[in-house]
Design a protein around this ligand. Structure first.
Ligand code: MF3
Ligand code: CO
Ligand code: CO
Length: 276
């Protein structure tokens, strides 16, 4: 049985197996953190150009996070030493920023998590360097649709399985593979909390959604099979069959009637093409 715990001002901020239900103060905190995440992802758009290194993008994320009154939650997280993850082409997630310079046609996910007053705003988007192939663009479009179809299912009375099901059906309709090895997660003052938000599933299964639940939805979709391979650095996850992979992530909170997306772009730059 799923356990829930109501969060009061003095409630513990540690990881729990019970699902935390937050109050209005929690929504206010997540709004600030989510807003900063979205502003950082917005501000990166003009910097994603041929020749820029992924480390330079990480530097921008770090300085924007600090300027916005936050701290990058990934810095020092389980030994990770960067301010964001940058996952290129066949990298599924947790790509480490470094010396690689972007080139025309690359597709990449940038995943940021500013922590503001202890609250975590976790979000990622895909970016395209110049122009890319039709098949890469189609993968990006469908992956964003998967995220939004999942979010459409996020309302009280529905179950986590309804979210996974909506994502899986849409991805597989396009013959894409849904990654099973990584999932979305509860968050709040804890970066990765319960529940696990799996991106496949059956309707009416899994924990029931209740007002006050905060979690991410972050489907990783491969052109080929779902299988992953972890690289020697212990972080970078790539597609086992070397096909392209895409991901989008929002942090949301369940309300009385549906959900609030904490990490929505204030300027409409939620998905490419990012043209004004
Ligand atoms: N932001 C990632 C997520 O969506 C987590 C990155 S943890 C790191 O959950 F250590 F790899 F940065
Ligand atoms: Co996340
Ligand atoms: Co993330």
């Amino acid at each position: 049985m799923t356990e829930y715990m109501t969060m009061t001002a003095d409630a513990p901020i540690s990881r729990s197996t019970a699902i935390k239900l937050y109050d209005e103060a929690g929504f206010a905190g997540m709004r600030r953190a989510g807003r900063l995440a979205a502003e950082i992802l917005d501000a990166l758009v003009p910097h994603v150009v041929p020749g820029v290194s992924t480390q330079e993008l990480d530097d921008i994320v770090r300085s924007m996070t600090l300027a916005g009154g936050g701290v990058p939650a990934t810095l020092g997280y389980r030994g990770y030493t960067h301010s964001c993850c940058i996952s290129l082409n066949n990298v599924i997630c947790h790509g480490i920023p470094g010396d690689y310079r972007l080139k025309e046609g690359d597709i990449l996910n940038i995943d940021v998590t500013p922590q503001v007053d202890g609250w975590h705003g976790d979000s990622s988007r895909m970016y395209i360097v110049g122009e890319t192939s039709i098949k890469a663009r189609r993968l990006i479009d469908v992956t964003y649709e998967c995220l939004m179809l999942g979010i459409e299912q996020a309302r009280p009375g529905n179950h986590l399985g309804d979210i996974g099901h909506a994502i899986q059906v849409h991805a597989e309709k396009h013959r894409y593979g849904v990654v099973r090895d990584f999932c979305g997660h509860g968050l709040g003052k804890v970066f990765h909390d319960s529940p696990e938000v799996v991106h496949v599933g059956r309707p009416r299964t899994g924990p029931e959604l209740r007002p006050g639940m905060f979690f991410t939805i972050e489907p990783m979709i491969n052109i080929g099979k779902p299988g992953i391979r972890l690289m020697e650095d212990g972080w970078t996850a790539v597609t086992r069959d070397r096909t392209l992979s895409a991901q989008f992530e929002h942090s949301i909170g369940i309300t009385e009637t549906g959900c609030e997306i904490f990490t929505k772009s204030p300027t409409g730059l939620d998905a490419p093409p990012y043209v004004g």
